[in-house]
Design a protein around this ligand. Structure first.
Ligand SMILES: C[S@@+](CC[C@H](N)C(=O)[O-])C[C@H]1O[C@@H](n2cnc3c(N)ncnc32)[C@H](O)[C@@H]1O
Length: 276
C-alpha cells in the first residue's frame, strides 16, 4: 500500500508486526546482536554453511549474520512489507548472499535436511501449534545440523490484563509460558540441548522510551503520512512501547542450541557444571 493512502483507520487495524513493516523498525531477536553472535559461534557457522532464518522481520539477524560470515542465508517471513525492507537493507549493505522469501514456518517450501542451521528466534512463541512449526524446522535441518531457538518466558506471573493487552497488540492469543514450559517443550527423544544460556531484560525507563519513539518516528518516509494518521501512529506506537516494556520487565529469554543425539552415543554418566 502507498504510504500517502494509509489512514488512521488502517493504522488502528494494524498489529505490531505490521507496524514494524510500516515504520521500518529494526526488529531484533531477544538479546539482539549478542544473540546472533553467540548462535553462529556456538554452531560453528562458516562460509560453506547453509542457514535458514525464520521470521526475519526487517532482516536484522540475516544481515548481522552476513556481516560476520558470508554463508548462504535464506530468510523467511509472512509479512511482505517487512521482507521488502529487509531486502532493501541487505542490498544497501552490499550483501547478495541473502534470499528473502515469503513463506510460513508451518509449511516450509524446502526439501528435507537442507540446512546446517535453522534460527527460529522467538517466533515459536507466536505459534498456536508450536509442535508443527518446530517439526518443520527439524525437517529442513540436516541430521548433524543445529536449531537455534530464543524463546521468551515469564519470570514473574503477569496479570490477566497485561496478557490480554499484549495478545491484542500482537494479535496472537498468548498463554504465559515459563522456563519449565520451554524445557518440557524441547524434551524430545533423539534431540538434545547442545548449549543454552539464560538472560533477563534490562528495564527501559519512561525517558528512554519517549526518546526512542521520537527518534524512530522522525523518519523521512513517515512524513508523507497525513497529520491525523501520523498522530494515530504515534499514539499507538508509544502505547505499544510502554506495554512491551511493562511486559518485558517480567520476562527473560534463553538462547538454546539444539541438535540430534548421535545414534551410537551412550548416555553421559559423569556430567559436569561450570564452577567458580
Ligand atoms: C517478533 S518478530 C521476530 C524477530 C526476530 N527475528 C526473532 O526471531 O525473534 C516475529 C516475526 O515472525 C513473523 N511471523 C509470524 N508468523 C509467522 C509464520 N507463520 N511464518 C513465518 N514468519 C512468521 C512475523 O511477521 C514477524 O516479522
Amino acid at each position: 500500500m502507498e504510504i500517502e493512502k494509509i489512514t488512521s483507520k488502517d493504522i488502528n487495524e494494524m498489529d505490531y508486526n505490521q507496524l514494524i513493516g510500516l515504520i521500518k523498525e529494526t526488529n531484533r531477536p531477544p538479546g539482539g546482536r549478542k544473540t546472533v553472535f553467540e548462535i553462529i559461534n556456538r554452531a560453528c557457522i562458516d562460509r560453506e554453511s547453509n542457514v535458514l532464518e525464520i521470521g526475519t522481520s526487517t532482516g536484522f539477524t540475516a544481515i548481522e549474520l552476513s556481516k560476520l560470515v558470508k554463508c548462504k542465508i535464506t530468510s523467511i517471513d509472512i509479512n511482505e512489507m517487512s521482507l521488502k525492507e529487509a531486502q532493501d537493507r541487505s542490498l544497501q549493505e552490499g550483501f547478495n548472499n541473502i534470499k528473502f522469501i515469503k513463506a510460513d514456518v508451518n509449511n516450509l517450501p524446502f526439501k528435507d535436511s537442507e540446512f546446517d542451521l535453522v534460527i527460529v528466534g522467538n517466533v515459536l512463541s507466536l505459534m498456536s501449534n508450536k509442535e508443527k512449526a518446530f517439526g518443520e524446522c527439524r525437517r529442513v535441518c540436516k541430521r548433524t545440523g543445529f536449531i537455534a531457538a530464543v524463546p521468551m518466558f515469564y519470570i514473574e506471573k503477569p496479570s490477566d490484563e497485561l496478557v490480554k493487552n499484549v495478545s491484542r497488540a500482537i494479535q496472537v492469543n498468548i498463554t504465559p509460558l515459563y522456563k519449565k514450559d520451554w524445557d518440557d517443550f524441547f524434551k524430545i527423544p533423539d534431540l538434545e540441548v547442545y548449549w543454552a544460556e539464560k538472560y533477563k531484560f534490562d528495564y527501559a525507563d519512561d525517558k528512554i522510551i519517549k526518546g526512542f519513539v521520537e527518534d524512530i518516528l522522525d523518519r523521512e518516509h513517515l512524513k508523507k503520512l497525513e497529520k491525523d494518521t501520523f498522530e494515530t501512529l504515534k499514539r499507538k506506537y508509544t502505547d505499544y512501547m510502554f506495554l512491551f516494556r511493562d511486559n518485558l520487565s517480567k520476562m527473560g529469554f534463553c538462547i538454546i542450541l539444539l541438535s540430534n543425539k548421535m545414534i551410537w552415543e551412550d548416555p553421559e554418566l559423569y556430567t559436569s557444571f561450570k564452577s567458580d
